[in-house]
Design a protein around this ligand. Structure first.
Ligand code: F3S
Length: 64
């Protein structure tokens, strides 16, 4: 699965970065984005937790 962040929904709360710092980071606009060097979600093992913990539902996991 591949994580995606809806930039229009993200409020930059940072919960996903705390939950899954290998995959998510905050960009220059103060929104979450996927790290360039992010491991696969299966390997990281925290994408689902990050998605479920986002207060505005900005994170989706999509089939690659
Ligand atoms: Fe944004 Fe949700 Fe993460 S608001 S910073 S995508 S937890």
């Amino acid at each position: 699965m591949k994580p995606m962040v809806d930039q229009n929904l993200c409020i930059g709360c940072g919960t996903c970065i705390n939950a899954c710092p290998q995959v998510f980071e905050i960009n220059a606009e103060g929104k979450a984005e996927i790290r360039q060097d992010a491991p696969d979600c299966n390997e990281a093992g925290c994408c689902e937790v990050a998605r479920d913990s986002c207060p505005v539902g900005a994170i989706a996991l999509v089939e690659e």
